[in-house]
Ligand binder design. Structure first.
Ligand SMILES: [Zn+2]
Length: 91
């Protein structure tokens, strides 16, 4: 039991998207034992335990959307937010 009285979650063995074994629990349903949200700290994929198998099972996750550690390091950098334009006086 945890400090909150909840039993520790049974964590998935691997991330569905990148297959990293470092899955963590992110959140639990307000009503106990309905769903759990997990997150992969490697690729930031998050999923709810009640989602279909193609979202939660590494062997059924769609191949075109899978990521490897090499692909993660080669991903494009997210563009930065441009600076605000200079303010113009009201007309
Ligand atoms: Zn992952």
């Amino acid at each position: 039991m945890t400090a909150t009285g909840e039993a520790p979650a049974q964590l998935p063995g691997a991330c569905p998207r990148c297959r990293a074994a470092t899955v963590q629990e992110l959140s639990r349903s307000p009503v106990p034992d309905v769903w759990t949200v997990y997150i992969c700290p490697t690729c930031r994929y998050a999923w709810r335990s009640t989602e279909p198998a193609e979202n939660t099972d590494p062997d059924r996750y769609p191949e075109p959307f899978r990521l490897t550690p090499q692909q993660l390091s080669d991903l494009a950098v997210t563009p930065s937010v441009p600076l605000l334009r200079p303010s113009t006086p009201d007309t």
